[in-house]
Design a protein around this ligand. Structure first.
Ligand code: NAD
Length: 495
């Protein structure tokens, strides 16, 4: 698809963050091109919806097989575009496939028509509820998990019977195009999944278009703009936004496992994970031992190109955010036990562990999106929970504890909490994923993720006339007094 306007740049380049070389050039789709894609998606919507759950599942399984067969190529593309190690890219792909399979297999059971019972006053009705697709869903994705994250919306929207127009991030556009090409091999008949390419303007055009819902994943700031644009047509939105997740370590925790989780949660993907660990609150009794363990495990870990376990920072502008957070933390009395300002080496940031950082500093309150951890001592788990909850964000959290893990998790205000494992809840297909507060609203994954891309449709069929005909001008005084007596029995005997 090419842009129809000629008075502005019509292509953009995707650069490797590790080397700066151009790894792809794509059209910048403008408003007209986006509207044309949405029109085509509407044209395909009836075919896809009426294909039914079983046929859609068969096609989604085919797409899954296409992705599986091409996973090496796809992982290479992820690595080239946003920089994460190939093996991590393959892990991301596996996780996305698990959710895709679950969505295809469970859509009918979750969304299909089912009977529900009426109330005593409406016993003469047969009642049915079903979850119907919106028609066309627009999906706007980020670059940090360019397969897993958009597929969390796309797989569920498609399984629910919607066609999709997907706007991948301008930093990972080739991955989006690859996924849509693989889909077209599985579903060649109609444009059920299309990609429009470009930056924020293209995403904004998709928000203004005739889509039935927008599934947005990205930063909280962009989310607010998406919400404002969608307000114009009252288009509903799913908001999967940023986070400032914490990991709590209780006095009886397995410290080796907790340090391993903090390290992976904080440093993998170069810290560019919405659910990444950015804050660690450790019980004072084990604070020193935990830090020793954490530093021991971190020493060998290096950021670099090629086979390094930590890749580059994808967006050049993010380096300034990371620098500002480290700078501010140290200026306000914090100490870098590892890394620090020297850790920023061109596009790479070496692992950084900060302690004694004030709770109101940027490194504690704002999303850093770099391989940094702020480790803080707490006197009790009450204090840990209070600090975790004292955040605008509420995406995920991790708790390491032997005896009180569930009790601590229950008090954390987040869309999900994992006990004794880093964000396992995001990888389990039956569990919903999403946030509260500045982390957004709505859910992907599991039954909630399927319902997210549908609207509930209620149907009743009157089986026989009610002896208490209420909604008619022929209602008699006798019926009024019967209802009056009934209402006392039904609702007046409480307390
Ligand atoms: P971003 O907000 O910069 O961009 C996200 C997408 O929005 C991109 O495709 C971008 O082109 C598009 N966009 C930009 N301006 C737009 C506009 N005005 N209207 C419509 N679309 C527009 O985010 P990013 O840097 O790509 O991704 C990183 C952010 O995403 C982090 O904050 C991270 O926490 C968050 N994230 C959240 C989740 C989650 O599940 N909650 C998952 C992954 C990433």
């Amino acid at each position: 698809m090419t842009s129809l306007t000629v008075d502005r740049p019509t292509t953009f380049d995707v650069h490797s963050p590790a080397t700066g070389t151009v790894v792809g050039t794509y059209p910048s789709h403008d408003e007209l091109a986006v509207e044309a894609a949405v029109d085509r998606a509407h044209g395909a919507a009836t075919w896809w919806r009426t294909a039914g759950f079983a046929e859609r599942a068969r096609r989604l399984d085919r797409w899954r097989a296409e992705i599986t067969r091409g996973r090496d190529e796809l992982a290479d593309l992820v690595h080239a575009e946003m920089g994460k190690p190939r093996s991590d890219a393959k892990l991301e792909i596996v996780m996305a496939l698990e959710h895709l399979k679950w969505a295809a297999r469970h859509a009918e059971k979750v969304l299909g028509p089912r009977s529900v019972t009426p109330s005593l006053l409406t016993l003469n009705h047969a009642c049915r509820v079903e979850y119907r697709p919106f028609g066309v869903v627009g999906v706007i994705g980020p670059w940090n998990y360019p397969v897993f994250t958009p597929l969390s919306s796309i797989s569920f929207a498609l399984a629910a019977g919607n066609t999709v127009v997907f706007k991948p991030s301008e930093y990972s556009t080739g991955v989006g195009v690859w996924l849509a090409d693989a889909f077209a091999r599985a579903v060649p008949e109609h444009p059920v999944l299309q990609v429009v390419t470009g930056g924020g303007d293209t995403g904004a055009a998709l928000c203004r278009s005739r889509v039935g819902k927008i599934g947005f994943t990205g930063s909280t700031e962009t989310g607010k703009r998406v919400l404002a644009a969608c307000a114009q047509r009252l288009t509903p939105v799913l908001m999967e936004c940023g986070g400032k997740d914490a990991l709590i370590v209780d006095a009886d925790a397995d410290l080796r496992a907790a340090a391993d989780a903090a390290l992976w949660g904080g440093m993998s993907n170069a810290g560019q994970t919405c659910l990444g660990v950015e804050r660690v609150y450790v019980h004072t009794d084990v604070y020193d031992a935990f830090l020793t363990e954490l530093l021991d495990q971190t020493r060998e870990l290096r950021a670099g190109s090629g086979d390094a376990k930590i890749g580059p920072i994808t967006m050049p502008k993010q380096l300034e955010v990371i620098r500002r957070h480290i700078d501010d933390a140290i200026a306000r009395g914090g100490r870098a036990l590892l890394g620090g300002l020297d850790a920023i080496e061109g596009q790479f940031v070496q692992p950084t562990i900060l302690v004694d950082v004030p709770e109101d500093s940027a490194a504690v309150t704002e999303e850093t999106f770099g391989p940094t951890l702020v480790v803080t001592r707490v006197a009790t788990m009450d204090e840990a929970v209070e600090r975790v909850n004292d955040s605008d964000y509420g995406l995920g959290a991790t708790v390491f504890a032997r005896r009180h893990g569930q009790a601590i998790a229950d008090r954390i205000e987040s869309g999900g909490t994992s006990i004794n494992a880093f964000v396992a809840h995001a990888t389990i297909p039956t569990l919903p994923l999403g946030g509260v507060g500045a982390s957004g609203f709505g859910r992907v994954h599991g039954p909630d993720g399927l319902r997210e891309f549908t609207y509930a449709k209620a149907t009743t069929r009157q089986r026989f006339p009610s002896p208490l005909a209420l909604t008619t001008f022929t209602r008699s005084a006798a019926i009024d007094s019967a209802v009056d007596r009934l209402v006392s029995v039904l609702h007046g005997r409480i307390g």
